[in-house]
Design a protein around this ligand. Sequence first.
Ligand code: COA
Length: 347
Amino acid sequence: MRTTYLRRFWERLLVHVRIMRPDDANIAGNVHGGTILKMIEEAGAIISTRHCNSQTGEKCVAALARVERTDFLSPMCIGEVGHVSAEITYTSKHSVEVQVNVMAENILTSAKRLTNRATLWYVPLSLTNVDKVTEVPPIEYERKELEEEGRKRYENQKLERFETKQRNGDVILPVIDPDRQTKEQYTVGYSQSSLIHLVGPSDCTLHGYVHGGVTMKLMDEVAGIVAVRHCKTNVVTASVDAINFHRKIQKGCIITISGRMTFTSNKSMEIEVFVDADCLVGDIQEKYRAVSAFFTYVSLSKEGKPLPVPQLLIENEEEKKRFEEGKGRYLQTKTKRQIQTQCLTQQ
Ligand code: COA
């Protein structure tokens, strides 16, 4: 019984190891937040696709549906070895929860530290019909409580994504790259930025739709540009709020990834990023908002210490509203972090 459980457990676990190279670096010299998100998503996609095809039946590919809020706990350096381990922790009828841990190893000293911990949800889509969601084989749980806890996480995310789906219904025009000469420094318009990308085969899954990791990497890149334009210093990704991937993006689409600053605290900035798809090739030509998310960035000194951030200059009621909403999110996560730290120190 125990041997069978262990065999099943190992089938649910994936470890991927790779050395971090100079082309993985951001301008601060550490590994780009987007590169880490892409590695996390690749591990999640492999393990969930493998699991969903573990029984005979229709073949499928797991598509990223959601990433829970992710904190970047410690920087990973070039030359270090990144260990990405992924484990399936819950399955519903049509979705798979994957927990991913990223560790950085200094191979000269063998010292390892945790850099990221992420939770992702995947949904299997039939290989022959991308619009058909297939059933997920259930996993066995070591203890009944683990299944119960997983069910609670599943119910919570379902509720949360229902609320954001309602919010995403608002049509927001993509942010057009501003003419910075005419804008005052530290305003939203001064730093807002966009990047246009033609979705090619190397960005796509076996289905011909964009990998979630590719999208997150581009989103992080745009958020980084906004942050650098605002502070003119080295910057790093501190966290990404929960992201829902409501719509697929097909090969051949043109995507516009736009970012704008919404809020600044003393030492952090919140940047809202949108991905808008424009499908010009194919039977159905349409434009739609594919994804949106909030990234938090921190400005760093040459010594790598967090610096005070220039305060955002608010110019109109819309920006004021977004600033207040950003402040609310900032205060909420700050309180949660404080509670978690208190719990850890009491243990
Ligand atoms: N997060 C987590 N799970 C999700 C989800 C989300 N954002 N959206 C749907 N699901 C789960 C549902 O809970 C359901 O599982 P359950 O029956 O066990 O509860 C399962 O997906 C199917 O839900 P359903 O309502 O039938 O499907 P849908 O029409 O909402 O489609 C996707 C779900 C994920 C297939 C669809 O939203 C999609 O194609 N998204 C884009 C995926 C993608 O391309 N990812 C990479 C983006 S760059």
